[in-house]
Design a protein around this ligand. Structure first.
Ligand code: BEZ
Length: 212
């Protein structure tokens, strides 16, 4: 069965380009982004791994560890990294899992046989420090993902986790947030010292709480 939001992200031990990783232990208290690739030495995947390597400092700032997975073997990954570094002008800085026995792909239901019975689709799992799944995304092999959107979702998830706010459509860092419906007005007054405005009783905005 597919994994759903709120489920515990399956734990695994895997060979990666940065050595053997026990997933939950490796995450520690961090958030995690686990994302799959159809195959090594493919054009879209090459650009995606380069894109994540370029914004690793943004993941670090948010306390998030990124880890990629594809069903090719470790030697192939190491060779592919040379191409990623060369073509994307990066130095790879996060692990790629060698999932040649498909253990991770199977646990996370990343192979969709009606799309491709051998390779994984482009799955994304965001995992919280409680090891629960906070977001799932599935893209087809032919569409590269927007990793700035992944950062945007992480910002939203962390605001919700820490400040009892939600974020509206197309929200971006710095814009007003929505007071969680579960927070009564009286509590909102003390929780949001910058104030909040009520458009409807169920639609209340407050400045992004973690900004000065
Ligand atoms: C790619 O990563 O470029 C790719 C992989 C499978 C199908 C299409 C594109």
């Amino acid at each position: 069965m597919s994994l759903r939001l709120g489920d515990i992200a399956p734990d695994f031990t895997a060979t990666t380009t940065e050595g053997t990783i026990e997933f939950h232990k490796w995450l520690g208290n961090s958030w995690g982004v686990l994302f799959s690739h159809p195959a090594d030495f493919t054009p879209v995947c090459t650009t995606e791994l380069g894109a994540v390597a370029k914004i690793k400092s943004e993941f670090d700032k948010r306390g998030v560890k990124a880890i990629a997975v594809s069903v090719d073997p470790i030697n192939s990954h190491h060779n592919w990294i040379k191409d990623i570094n060369e073509t994307q002008s990066v130095s790879m800085n996060f692990p790629i899992i060698a999932d040649d026995n498909r253990a991770v792909a199977t646990a996370y239901n990343m192979i969709h046989p009606n799309a491709d019975d051998k390779a994984t689709v482009r799955s994304v799992f965001i995992v919280g420090p409680d090891k629960k799944i906070k977001l799932t995304l599935t893209y087809p092999a032919s569409t590269g993902r927007n990793f700035l959107e992944i950062l945007r979702v992480i910002d939203s998830l962390q605001l919700t986790a820490n400040h009892k706010v939600a974020t509206p459509a197309n929200w971006k860092h710095g814009e007003d947030c929505i007071v969680s419906p579960s927070v009564p007005d009286e509590q909102a007054k003390s929780l949001f010292p910058k104030g909040f405005r009520t458009v409807k009783p169920y639609l209340r905005y407050t400045p992004q709480p973690n900004l000065k």
